[in-house]
Design a binder for this molecule. Structure first.
Ligand code: FES
Length: 99
């Protein structure tokens, strides 16, 4: 018999997301959708790049504090707020591609 995988549920932009325990918030965002964390000053969608705390592209608000998603392990009940407006998140696509 395969052991059950422990999960945690966090809330991303008001939406509950269940992921495996031990996952980073950046991985949870990718697993739950498009992985977008914020927008640049010009309004372009940004996502984790380095995965090791250097580029700062994964900044999100976690329980009201600005943190790096790639350096933060998911906890049950954690509230994650990205900087991407909901309509932009729903229509996100890479430049040069069709949605
Ligand atoms: S992905 Fe580069 S700092 Fe988190």
């Amino acid at each position: 018999m395969t052991p059950a995988i422990a999960t945690v549920t966090l809330v991303v932009d008001g939406r509950p997301v269940a992921v495996e325990a031990g996952l980073s918030v950046a991985a949870a965002l990718a697993r739950a959708g498009d992985g977008i964390t914020r927008t640049s000053v010009s309004g372009m969608a940004r996502a984790p790049l380095c995965g090791m705390g250097v580029c700062q592209e994964c900044r999100v608000d976690i329980d009201g504090r600005r943190m790096l998603a790639c350096q933060t392990t998911c906890r049950d009940g954690m509230a994650v707020t990205t900087g991407l407006p909901r309509p932009a998140r729903q229509s996100h696509h890479l430049p040069g591609t069709t949605p």
